[in-house]
Design a protein around this ligand. Sequence first.
Ligand code: CS2
Ligand code: MG
Length: 400
Amino acid sequence: MKIVDAQVVVTSPGRNFVTLKITTDEGLTGLGDATLNGRELSVVSYLTDHVVPLLIGTDPHRIEDTWQYLYRGAYWRRGPVTMAAIAAVDVALWDIKAKAAGLPLYQLLGGASRERIRAYGHAAGRDIPELLDSVRARQAEGYRAIRVQTGVPGLTNVYGVRPDLSVSDQLPRPVVEDWDTPAYLRHLPRVLEAVRAEFGPGLPLLHDAHHRLTPIQAARLGKDIEPYDLFWLEDCTPAENQEALRLVRRHTTTPLAIGEVFNTVFDYQTLINEQLIDYVRSAVTHFGGVTPLRKLFDYAAQYQIKSAVHGPEDISPVGMAAALHLDLAIHNFGIQEYSGHTALTGEVFRHAYTFTDGYLHPGEAPGIGVELDEELAAAHPYRPAYLPVNRLADGSVHDW
Ligand code: CS2
Ligand code: MG
């Protein structure tokens, strides 16, 4: 079999998605997600200008060799643009291989290790009563594990609370959010106390600090919220300083999850070797695909660290489907983030995966189980969009 065509499709059915479609001389096609939120077109160029010409004429079955060729062969390694582009190729090739075998991808990854995949959803409110309503709404949708985010008194635009911008209300420049770490550190324990009082001890609760704390602040927060028994505290510090987590770990038993902005195993080495975290959070889409993420999970498993694949709305259904096949197959699965997508996104990307009673399943369609409606995709072209930025009261930029 040979690759005869590879096209990059950019579509915006509510938000931007970048998809690679590879076609073979036997008529099989494979899809891969290359969406990098707020920097989409850089990956489009990386793929169309530098990767697609290398794929034509090659054997789609040689997934490992193609991965190494694109990663090592470029000389310039790592980084979100490079790894999102390689991820799209990797997932499209797995899609083709599984379709050629007539099997859902998870069967090629060793078969199912579980019957269903526990998902967590997002609840958010500007204040505590609004958050409690939002938790109830997620429970009504079936979620059995819920991430809770609230506004902070005195701040107007806080991460996870401001509704996600759809492209139609995007401004030409990033929205500016505001931040005050001491106010947040005072407020969050009260929020978690109220959620526990309302929903009891049994509901798995998660919280995302979105890289905003210093190591000592994170250590204090982890300690303060221990009574509320979080499933995890996510991205407590900007963890490219991996050694910082030693300090956090020394002070708290709150479980820690890190990694949605990481692109390779090297970002995790100290975190995993020293067991400084409990969950690895990378997305198939930003980590170079199924091939390296499978290796990361196997490495993490030796340290009792579990998977928790990043699954916000900016991971397309293609990236989500690839994650679900991995989740079903690996033994050290932890939990899967799942925000769902708009109905229109589900029409552009028809998918076999399902969400029922709080659990996901990739379905039994051969391949990853996603088909792209190219006409509908073309009817919703790219719209420039940015992630927000974050400033402190004195006007200085803070981690977002
Ligand atoms: C997040 C994301 O899902 C998460 O945990 O931190 O919403 C993240 O902000 C976006 O994926 C950025 O594109
Ligand atoms: Mg996060």
